[in-house]
Design a protein around this ligand. Structure first.
Ligand SMILES: Nc1ncnc2[nH]cnc12
Ligand SMILES: [Zn+2]
Length: 333
């Protein structure tokens, strides 16, 4: 049995496996520029974030109906359950669908159907985080928040993703203020490829409670000190960092140094269909590459629940306490 954990950095569109992509393409009459799944997988050699994003957005063409989104989310949850995931806070990118003529209602209804039976079917509690694409305009982000109004009760928070460099967090000050006023939690990708200053800006200007990636904080000792002092969680994605060439090899990942520095680190899968592993695969990979001991792994699992948004109600707190007890009781074999 895998170590129980929460997954806090997972793009649902990044769980689109080649087999499902081809089956949805056939069902929806969408032509893909790849002969088969093997040829598609061969294209998963990325130079940087942008080269991945080009393929990621392109393949989304197969996602058209509520059923497609439902199938996508249900397939992820089934896999996640096998990986020990007990709670998942899932990102989705509505603008990437709306631009193709797929309405936010289609996305929300489809994802919603899979998520509402997740506890019963997969034993996983779930939350949804709506991400704004930072390489789109601030106006487009505001329009997206507006379009999401009928579905806000199904969303716990907002995030910021896509091409980072050249799109600093401050560009989205207004939409984050509006989201906060609506009672939404706030996270943002920062310091994946972008400089440490983007992490500071995400905290100070956007008011984020959690930083997605945050990898490059290690270049700024004062920022590290602040993140430690304020116990700001970082949702690290080590396999993603290797595949998108933020670091050369997993053995050089700063995870251990970050934990030693006192940072509240979590380990996540980001876009597992593209990066070679789901979250427990990632735990195993970092254990091997970095020589993490059992207590370090247990700490990562504990952190994942502590950093989660399971703190909004007595029911949430009870669930979190139950998951933390599962981590404490877990025995490694
Ligand atoms: N790793 C990542 N960084 C930024 N945007 C993303 N969208 C999907 N995966 C992403
Ligand atoms: Zn991400």
């Amino acid at each position: 049995m895998p170590l129980p954990k929460a997954e806090l950095h997972l793009h649902i569109e990044g769980t689109l496996e080649p087999e499902l992509a081809f089956s949805l393409a056939a069902r929806n009459g969408v032509a893909l520029p790849y002969a088969d799944t093997e040829e598609l997988r061969k294209a998963y050699l990325f130079d940087d974030l942008q080269s991945f994003l080009d393929l990621y957005y392109g393949l989304m063409a197969v996602l058209r109906t509520e059923e497609d989104f439902e199938e996508l989310a249900d397939a992820y949850l089934a896999r996640a359950a096998q990986q020990g995931v007990r709670h998942a806070e899932i990102f989705f990118d509505p603008q990437a669908h709306m631009v193709r003529g797929v309405g936010i209602g289609t996305v929300m209804e489809g994802l919603g159907r899979a998520l509402e039976r997740s506890e019963e079917r997969h034993g996983i509690s779930t939350r949804l985080i709506m991400c704004f694409l930072r390489d789109q305009s601030a106006e487009s982000a505001l329009e997206t928040l507006e379009a999401a109004r009928p579905y806000l009760h199904r969303i716990i928070g907002v995030g910021l993703d896509s091409a980072e460099v050249g799109h600093p967090p401050a560009k989205f000050r207004e939409v984050y203020e509006a989201a906060a006023a609506l009672g939404l939690r706030r996270v943002a990708h920062a310091g994946e490829e972008g400089p440490p200053a983007y992490i500071t800006e995400a905290l100070d200007v956007l008011g984020v409670e959690r930083v997605d990636h945050g990898l490059r904080c290690m270049e700024d000792p004062e920022l590290v000190e602040r993140l430690v002092r304020e116990r700001v969680p970082l949702t690290l994605c080590p396999l993603s960092n290797v595949r998108l060439r933020a670091i050369d090899v997993l053995e050089e990942h700063p995870l251990t140094r970050m934990m030693d520095a006192g940072l509240l680190c979590t380990v996540n899968s980001d876009d597992p269909a593209y990066f070679g592993g789901y979250v427990d695969d990632t735990f195993h990979a970092v254990r091997e590459a970095l020589g993490l001991g059992q207590e370090r792994l247990r700490e990562l699992a504990r952190n994942s629940f502590e950093a989660s948004f399971l703190d909004g109600s007595a029911q949430d707190e009870a669930l979190r306490a139950r998951y933390l007890a599962e981590v404490a009781d877990y025995s490694f074999d």
